[in-house]
Design a protein around this ligand. Structure first.
Ligand SMILES: *Cc1c(COP(=O)(O)O)cnc(C)c1O
Ligand SMILES: [Zn+2]
Length: 439
């Protein structure tokens, strides 16, 4: 007997179907860019509470094996913030560290939902995964790799290095850390990571195109739907690459197919931090693509936002199955939030809910305030607010954070294929193993 495949990869544009190889990130057919999504054989979600952390949702994760990680999103009903806003059914998806509520994402953001799924999917596949990050993703990958010894090459802007810490002294021997130095931003780091991903033995992680990333993040919505017994009416999140928003929409589609969580499409309410708001601007104009911004203009506005993790210059917006499609399908709304609004929302959240939240989560909370003020949500509606990152201050009461140092740095003018190849060759040969070890 041949068991049916757990999942296949399907193209959102043409429907072409592919075997679920972790290396496949795009459709082969000749059409405009499109995302592949995971189509799972099992249409009914069975939560497996005996499995570690987020792997209890393994039915709808593109992995065969689990990793030994404890983090998962938690969903709880807000009382004080809900009361303050006059809302009857406000639920918080908290992604971070808050042991009093059993929230144990030790790198304090929902990027720690992506990393274990991406890595578990590569279990046993030789090669080093290459990830570009503005901070939170990198921290999450370093932490999970320090626990599992998966070979990792992490590329990030030098100016974001302070975001790179570990909650514990882990074994970092399998991690190769590359900095894009000087004035390089996240976009330059992505560029550098592309060159490294082309080297023998290295594999680009894929970002938004990687179904493991999206389905890992989608767990926030699954956890909430199981907790509430239904699909929420509204979903609030701050977006940078758009991956989390797409993931929430895709989780919604699976829950609809399951059928036991009701038949609604939750409205996506997604927010960006002023003055860097490319997706908000495009959506407000109902434009299916983002207007190109000059390099200087982008860098200038990015330097002014407090939620740096939202400053992605190439978000997954215009491609088929991307954020524009998700917003159309869910009758979505997008918001622009100033630093000051974000700061006020963070203070309000800490006072009323009792935990510190990050600038990005402040942006999401502020967008909920805007929606309430504008009458875009009703007092009885079921609302899910994704606190994508929180508990950083709380974590420091319990843990001594360890910082990480880059193994090599490339200046902007050295981000060229041959220079990167030369620089990386010795480093990759000398220091690190290239086959994933099982934990
Ligand atoms: C990455 C990130 C976001 C934005 O998520 P995208 O999937 O890139 O849109 C929001 N909040 C936090 C804390 C993040 O780290
Ligand atoms: Zn296709």
């Amino acid at each position: 007997m041949v068991l049916p495949r757990k999942y296949t990869l399907r193209c959102r544009k043409c429907g072409a179907e592919y075997e679920p190889s972790p290396g496949r990130l795009v459709c082969d057919r000749d059409h405009a860019p499109a995302l592949l999504f995971a189509s799972y054989t099992q249409k009914h979600l069975e939560v497996k509470n005996n499995l570690p952390g987020l792997f209890r949702f393994i039915d709808w994760l593109p992995v065969e094996n689990t990793l030994d990680v404890e983090g998962k999103p938690i969903t709880y009903e807000s009382k004080k913030l809900a009361h303050h806003l006059g809302l009857k059914n406000l639920f918080i998806s908290f992604n971070g560290y808050w042991p009093e509520r059993n929230a144990r994402l030790l790198t304090c953001s929902f990027k720690e939902l992506e990393a274990p799924v991406v890595l578990a999917r590569r279990d046993g596949v030789p090669g080093r995964i290459v990830v570009a990050s503005a901070g939170n993703t990198g921290r999450a990958f370093c932490y999970i790799c320090s626990r599992t010894q998966f070979p990792l090459c992490l590329v990030l802007p030098e100016q974001n290095l302070s975001a790179l810490w570990l909650p514990t002294t882990g074994d970092t021997n399998s991690i190769c850390l590359v900095a894009a130095s000087g004035s390089c931003d996240y976009y330059d780091a992505i560029h550098l990571a592309k060159h490294i991903g082309d080297l023998p033995g290295c594999f680009p992680e894929g970002g938004a195109s990687n179904v493991a990333r999206r389905d890992g993040m989608g767990v926030t919505v699954l956890d909430a739907a199981v907790e509430l017994g239904r699909i929420p009416d509204h979903y609030f999140q701050a977006v940078g690459s758009g991956t989390g928003g797409i993931a929430a929409w895709e989780a919604n589609l699976r829950l609809l197919e399951d059928g036991r969580f009701g038949g609604r499409r939750m409205q996506l309410h997604l927010a960006q931090n002023q003055p860097f708001t490319p997706m908000t601007d495009a959506w407000k104009a109902r434009s299916p693509s983002i207007s190109p911004l000059s390099e200087t203009d982008a860098k200038t506005s990015i330097s002014q936002v407090s939620a740096k993790v939202l400053s992605n210059r190439q978000p997954a917006y215009a491609l088929s199955g991307g954020l524009y499609d998700a917003l159309i399908d869910s009758n979505g709304e997008m918001y622009a939030v100033s630093n000051q609004e974000s700061d006020q929302a963070r203070a309000l959240f800490q006072t009323l809910e009792g935990i510190d939240i990050s600038p990005a989560a402040g942006v999401a909370t502020a967008s909920l305030l805007q929606a309430v003020d504008g009458g875009l949500v009703g007092p009885q509606d079921y609302i899910l607010l994704n606190i994508t990152s929180g508990g950083y201050q709380r974590l420091q009461q319990d843990f001594q954070l360890q910082s990480l140092k880059p193994d090599i740095a490339f200046a902007n003018e050295d981000i060229l294929p041959d220079r990167v190849a030369t620089g990386m060759k010795i480093l990759l040969q000398s220091t690190h193993s290239s086959v994933a070890k099982k934990p």
